[in-house]
Unconditional design. Structure first.
Length: 185
């Protein structure tokens, strides 16, 4: 989360600005293509995100919920993780705070290895940068983002190994390795 310090804004104004300009706050090298109708429940947005080694992953998210204080995106089958990401704003210590809450679990054992070997750290840095970009846009001079990580369930999901056939990471890699395919350079 990040405090929106020194700025006259309500949590509702923060979330409206965030939702209306969501793609512009993403870290460089990552693209979010919202639906033409905006981030409304049931709509699907497309994502092109940077992965390790310059790999680009293409996937999407569905808008699960949206109101004047929060909105939630849900990952589809094949995404590296199954989960919900909620973006919200509320008052804390007399100032608005913007926050991202990620509830996620790897969708297959290969994704689980990737998340364990740096994927979780990359995910946290991504949302920390997004929050810092939002706060800077709103006028915060030196945004201080804090991160709290809680492991809800340490069990591995080996029973979900069959999900690997839907993996966007594997499909993107195989697509890039096709003969005659230009790779990003």
């Amino acid at each position: 989360k990040v405090g929106i310090d020194g700025v006259e804004a309500t949590p509702q104004a923060v979330i409206a600005e965030w939702r209306d300009n969501f793609p512009s706050f993403w870290p460089k090298g990552n693209d979010f293509y919202p639906p033409l109708t905006g981030l409304e429940p049931g709509e699907v947005a497309l994502i092109k995100a940077a992965g390790p080694g310059g790999m680009k992953f293409k996937t999407g998210v569905m808008v699960l919920y949206s109101d004047n204080e929060s909105f939630t995106l849900m990952t589809p089958e094949g995404h590296m993780f199954a989960g919900w990401i909620t973006f919200s704003s509320h008052e804390e210590d007399g100032r608005p705070v913007a926050q991202t809450q990620v509830l996620m679990r790897a969708q297959d054992p290969i994704s689980e290895m990737g998340l364990t070997m740096g994927g979780h750290r990359m995910e946290n840095k991504f949302w920390e940068q997004t929050l810092a970009n939002l706060a800077t846009h709103l006028g915060v001079e030196d945004p201080q983002v804090t991160t709290t990580v809680t492991c809800v369930d340490k069990k591995r999901q080996w029973s979900q190994a069959k999900n690997v056939k839907h993996s966007v990471a594997i499909r993107s890699t195989l697509h890039m390795l096709k003969p005659g395919k230009k790779t990003a350079g």
